[in-house]
Design a protein around this ligand. Structure first.
Ligand code: HEC
Length: 92
């Protein structure tokens, strides 16, 4: 019985995690990316469309944002960074 209820708790946690996953657009707003970027206009940084058009390497871009090399350091988890970069790259 004990293991059954434990299983249930784990299942609930996974469900809550999925429900909490933010979309790329929401994350970009909440992480203040949009202070410097717009989807299709140059602001402080290039537009997300311009960035996507250059098709930079996804892993390298994540590393750049994570380590703050050539870009301001972005405070986000690996999963969030992946979502953000995928969101940027999906702009066309
Ligand atoms: C303080 C302003 C500022 C903020 C905030 C900002 N950026 Fe940038 N970003 C820039 C500038 C300027 C560039 C162009 C120069 C460069 O590549 O660093 C850039 C470039 C980029 C690039 C292209 C990098 C490449 O390798 O070509 C990506 C992707 C990017 N930003 C994503 C983000 C994301 C995601 C966020 C939010 C977590 C964010 N930026 C927040 C200023 C900003």
């Amino acid at each position: 019985m004990k293991s059954m209820s434990l299983l249930l708790v784990v299942a609930c946690m996974q469900f809550a995690g999925a429900a909490n996953a933010q979309s790329g657009a929401e994350l970009a707003k909440s992480k203040n990316c949009m202070n410097c970027h717009e989807l299709d206009k140059k602001k402080v940084g290039p537009s997300f469309k311009d960035i996507a058009a250059k098709k930079p390497d996804e892993a390298a871009t994540i590393a750049k944002l994570k380590e703050g090399k050539g870009h301001m350091k972005v405070a986000a988890s690996d999963a969030e960074l992946k979502t953000l970069v995928e969101y940027v790259m999906s702009q066309k």
